[in-house]
Design a protein. Sequence first.
Length: 158
Amino acid sequence: MTRFRTLLAGALAALAIIGAVWAQTALTNRTMSGSEVVTMAQGGPGGPSIFAPSSQLRNATGLTTTALTSGTLVLTTATGTLVSTAASASLAVTLPPLPWDGEIFEWVNGSGGAFTGATVTVSDGSTLVNNTSFATLAAGSSVEFRYALSTTSWYRVR
């Protein structure tokens, strides 16, 4: 009988631990700006370390909204997606400076009307490839650019 009680107590303790783990809520930070950094070691423990910004770890998916319809909007490295809440007539968007390999930038027309003029530019000497100026962009659609470090170029992929 003593063994049965020991096994039963052990099983109940295991179930309690599993229940406590299962009941944990997701630990997230919903206010990250993208400029927070983590230290990463290269080559294992004791190797040289680097600081990696959270925007790079999450592939720069930080979101920025704008109601600008004209002028110039200069983005920061914390922006991976720009949502225009008003239809662009002649807005020029300058992509984030010093992009990393594989960085993505997406411009979404979140307004109810089509863009009648929009341009994407750079400020760091990188190259823009494939139609960076578009006369129309339908409501609800988007354009996407991806950066290739090997050619220091932003490529329009859609």
